[in-house]
Design a protein around this ligand. Structure first.
Ligand code: AMP
Ligand code: MG
Length: 409
C-alpha cells in the first residue's frame, strides 16, 4: 500500500500533467485575497523613492559627529516635505521618520542621543555614514519583479502590490470544484434527521476547505447509494474543474463509488493509502468523452468526517493548488515533545488529533481522547495532528514527534 508521501507525489505529478494554465482576469486589489497571480507584479519606481530617514532625530554629516560635538540646527523636515535645505559642515536639520534626507547629510542621529538648547544641538556619540538612512532604491529598483506569477495573494502581498500601485492585479480564474456526498442515511444539515439518519457535515466542511484555498465550491448535494444516482451525479460533477466525493469508498456492499468510477472509464491512480484515519481514499483521473481530453482530477474521500478533512488536506489540497495555478505547498511539519506514551497499530501513518502547548517554553504535544474518525467534535478541540510514523508501534513520553498544525493545514 502507498505511503501518504507516495500518494501525494502521485497526486502532484498526475494533476500537473493534466493541468493547463488557467484563464486570467483582473480584480480590484481589495478583492484579491487568496487569489493566485496570473502575471508578475513589478515595482513602478525605486523604493524607497528617496533616501529616507528611519528615525526621529537630526540629519547630520557623519564626519561632523563625535561625543560632545555641537551642531547648529538650520531647519526641520517631516515626512512628505521636499528637502530644500542643505546641510553644510557644522550644521544639522531636525528630521522625522519617513522624511527625505537633505543634501549634504549622510546619517541620522536619534533624538535620544542629543541635547538641544535653542538652535544648538549637542551629540553624545559619533555616527557612521548611512546610519539610520535607507537609500533610494535599496529595497526595490524601478522595473524589478516584486511578486512572481503563481504567488498566492495574502495580506503581505496586498501591501507590496499596493506599494507599487497594482490596483487591479491579474489573477487566475477560480477553479470550480464540484462537491458530492453519498449515503442513503445522509440528510441536509438544516433538516430534522430521522432516528437513524445523519446530517450532512461533509458537504459543508469540504466546501469550507475548498473556499479557504481560493477555489469555488459547487454543491451537488447528496447521492443515494445506487449505481444509477452515483453515475448521474458524478457525470454532472465532471463538468467542473475537479470533483470531490465523500463516502462510499470502503468495502461495504453499498460502497459503490469506485465501481462507478471504473464504469465511467476513470483511471484509478490509487484506492488506498497506508494512513489512519483515511485509508480507503481514491484518486482517479477522468478523461475522454464527455469529460474532455485533458482529464479531470476526481477524489473519493472516506465518509467519516475526520477522515474526510484529513484526506482533503493531505491529497486534495495540492491538487486544487495546482488547478488554481499555484505551486503545491509542502506539509508544514514541526517537532514537539510527546507528553504521554502512545501505541498505535504499526504499518500505517496515524494522524491523531492533539493539543500543542508551550507550558515551559518548549513545544509539548498530547493526543486528545477520541472515538475515532467519526468524532469531529474531538477534532475541534485539537490544534494539531500528531503524526505517528508506520514503523513505530509505541512512542515514549519525552520523545520528539512531528506535528502538523490543524487546518493548515
Ligand atoms: P462511508 O464512508 O460512506 O462508509 O461512511 C462512513 C461514515 O461516515 C458513516 O458513519 C456515515 O454515516 C458517515 N458519513 C458519510 N457521509 C457523511 C456526510 N456527508 N456527513 C456526515 N457524515 C457522513
Ligand atoms: Mg456511505
Amino acid at each position: 500500500m502507498l505511503s501518504y508521501q507516495q500518494a501525494r507525489e502521485l497526486v502532484i505529478a498526475r494533476v500537473q500533467s493534466i493541468s493547463a494554465t488557467p484563464a486570467a482576469e483582473s480584480v480590484p486589489l481589495s478583492q484579491s485575497l487568496g487569489r493566485v497571480l496570473a502575471g508578475e507584479i513589478r515595482s513602478d519606481r525605486d523604493y524607497p523613492p528617496f533616501d529616507r530617514s528611519v528615525r526621529d532625530g537630526y540629519a547630520v554629516r557623519s564626519a561632523d559627529t563625535y561625543p560632545g560635538a555641537h551642531l547648529k540646527c538650520i531647519g526641520e523636515l517631516k515626512a512628505g516635505d521636499a528637502p530644500s535645505v542643505s546641510v553644510a559642515p557644522g550644521t544639522c536639520v531636525q528630521i522625522m521618520t519617513g522624511a527625505a534626507m537633505p543634501d549634504g547629510a549622510d546619517a541620522v542621529i536619534m533624538i535620544e542621543h542629543t541635547a538641544r538648547e535653542g538652535d544648538d544641538v549637542k551629540l553624545d556619540r559619533s555616527l557612521t555614514a548611512g546610519q539610520h538612512v535607507v537609500r533610494k532604491g535599496s529595497e526595490q529598483s524601478s522595473g524589478k519583479t516584486i511578486l512572481q506569477t503563481g504567488t498566492r495573494i495574502g495580506f503581505t502581498e496586498i501591501a507590496a502590490a499596493a506599494q507599487v500601485g497594482a490596483a487591479y492585479p491579474s489573477v487566475f480564474r477560480k477553479p470550480r470544484v464540484a462537491i458530492l456526498t453519498t449515503g442513503d442515511e445522509i440528510v441536509d444539515f438544516a433538516a430534522t434527521p430521522g432516528p437513524f439518519q445523519i446530517r450532512n457535515s461533509n458537504s459543508a466542511s469540504i466546501a469550507a476547505q475548498t473556499s479557504l484555498l481560493g477555489a469555488e465550491p459547487v454543491l451537488l448535494g447528496n447521492a443515494k447509494d445506487t449505481s444509477q444516482d452515483l453515475r448521474d451525479k458524478i457525470s454532472a460533477g465532471l463538468e467542473h474543474d475537479a470533483l470531490i466525493i465523500s463516502g462510499g469508498v470502503s468495502m461495504g456492499k453499498y460502497d459503490l463509488v469506485e465501481p462507478v468510477f471504473r464504469e465511467l472509464g476513470a483511471e484509478i491512480i490509487f484506492d488506498a493509502v497506508a494512513i489512519r484515519p483515511g485509508k480507503p481514499v481514491v484518486f482517479a483521473i477522468c478523461k475522454g468523452k464527455p469529460f474532455g481530453t485533458q482529464g479531470k482530477p476526481v477524489f473519493g474521500l472516506p465518509g467519516n468526517p475526520v477522515s474526510t478533512m484529513v484526506t482533503f488536506d493531505l491529497f486534495v489540497r495540492p491538487a486544487l493548488e495546482i488547478v488554481s495555478g499555484a505551486e503545491p505547498s509542502a506539509l508544514p511539519f514541526f517537532e514537539a515533545i510527546l507528553s504521554s506514551p502512545l501505541s498505535e497499530k504499526p504499518g500505517l501513518t496515524h494522524f491523531l488529533p492533539a493539543e500543542l502547548a508551550w507550558p515551559d517554553g518548549a513545544p509539548r504535544v498530547s493526543p486528545i481522547p477520541w472515538q475515532g474518525s467519526g468524532d469531529v467534535v474531538a477534532m475541534t478541540r485539537a490544534n494539531c495532528l500528531l503524526v505517528v510514523p508506520p514503523d513505530r508501534e509505541s512512542i515514549e513520553a519525552g520523545e520528539r514527534v512531528q506535528v502538523l498544525p490543524r487546518g493548515l493545514f
